[in-house]
Ligand binder design. Structure first.
Ligand SMILES: NC(=O)c1ccc[n+]([C@@H]2O[C@H](COP(=O)([O-])OP(=O)(O)OC[C@H]3O[C@@H](n4cnc5c(N)ncnc54)[C@H](O)[C@@H]3O)[C@@H](O)[C@H]2O)c1
Length: 332
């Protein structure tokens, strides 16, 4: 590859820091600009990884000093920033979800689809080495015809009430990753049935949201996809995948930091707890996601999930919510 890609980072919170590290570690790009309305956040990232700072993301986008941006600011800012990036001829990797409102997402769909610049969505789990490996092996026919896919995704504990209140609900906020994972394996989903429950968290119920959901979806080749979500798990962050087909099954289990097992008079095969949460469990996937985005920009290929993939995941989230609220199966 030729010159380094000049990357601007917008938003320097939890996920912003992850992206700053990825940009810093990637030899094909450099962090040239950092924006956050909370200027001290931008300064902190800039001191560590370089780049100019501003409190105005539009100043960054229109500076002529960035070829690409990574958007890690809150969800309601995403569409406006993607829009501004396309107008400025700047490539954009935007965090999920695009927005909580499908109508707003649809209003930008044509512009995003026909943009001359790259527009990518941050569904990082596609780049998890375990899930990516299963995907490649399913594509190569190792399990024969894919018949059933089971995606288990449970957080270690519920987000605070303030987060839940503006999250858009579990389907748009949490299951959205699993809807994208489902589409990674089965791009064409024709039916959604979802059930939600309030099993343990009063404030989630008070916010008219579920703390526990199961979704069953049907693919166009009659594949059955099951998604299992909970906002808590007593044993830690639970992220597993099972692809079952006519010739066998591929399974990705939970990860711990090491594979060391302990054997004593009281227990056998005891391991340390699973990796704490998404920052640890999916660390490699964020690096690979950024690397793939840089490669997309350099080669002109769409190697990451697209705006349209972001739209499809949100569409499935809306269908699941409707199904859970009405008790009906939604045909797409
Ligand atoms: N892919 C993933 O695994 C993953 C994980 C966490 C969060 N996210 C997504 O990333 C986004 C941010 O989440 P977070 O947890 O990092 O939030 P956060 O609150 O930790 O950080 C957001 C940052 O954006 C800044 N900000 C607010 N408004 C801004 C604006 N208009 N312009 C520039 N900066 C602005 C805030 O000051 C803050 O520093 C959300 O859309 C979320 O859904 C994705």
């Amino acid at each position: 590859m030729g010159e380094k890609l000049r990357v601007g980072l917008i938003g320097t919170g939890r996920i912003g820091l992850v992206h700053a590290i990825s940009i810093d570690e990637n030899k094909d790009c450099e962090l040239t600009y950092v924006a956050d309305v909370f200027i001290d956040g931008a300064k902190k990232i800039s001191e560590q990884f370089g780049g100019k700072v501003t409190s105005d993301p539009l100043e960054l986008i229109n500076s002529g000093e960035v070829d690409a941006i990574v958007i890690g600011s809150p969800t309601p800012t995403h569409i406006g920033l993607i829009d501004a990036a396309i107008d400025a001829g700047v490539h954009a990797l935007c965090e999920k979800p695009i927005d909580l409102d499908l109508k707003k997402v649809d209003a930008m769909l044509e512009k995003a689809n026909s943009a001359k610049t790259n527009v990518s969505l941050g569904f990082n789990r596609r780049f998890d080495p375990n899930f990516e490996s299963i995907h490649q092996r399913v594509q190569a026919g190792e399990v024969g015809t894919l018949e059933q896919l089971i995606i288990t995704s449970r957080d270690p504990g519920p987000a605070p009430r303030e987060y839940i209140a503006v999250s858009g609900g579990i389907f748009r906020d949490m299951t959205i990753h699993d809807f994208d994972m489902a589409r990674y394996f089965v791009p064409n989903i024709v039916e959604v049935t979802a059930r939600g429950a309030n099993t343990f968290c009063d404030y989630i119920k008070d916010e008219d949201d579920f703390d526990s959901v199961n979704v069953v979806m049907r693919g166009s080749n009659d594949e059955l996809i099951t998604i299992i979500n909970s906002r808590h798990a007593a044993y830690g962050y639970d992220q597993r995948l099972e692809a079952f087909g006519s010739k066998g099954m591929l399974v990705a289990s939970n990860l711990a930091k090491t594979t060391v097992r302990s054997y004593t008079a009281d227990h056998s095969e005891q391991r340390e707890p699973y990796m704490e949460f998404f920052l640890e469990r999916y660390a490699i996937s964020y690096r690979s996601e950024l690397a793939r985005f840089v490669e997309s920009v350099k080669t002109g290929k769409q190697l990451n999930p697209s705006y349209d993939d972001g739209r499809q995941a949100l569409f499935l989230a809306e269908a699941a919510l409707e199904s859970a609220k009405t008790g009906k199966t939604i045909k797409l």
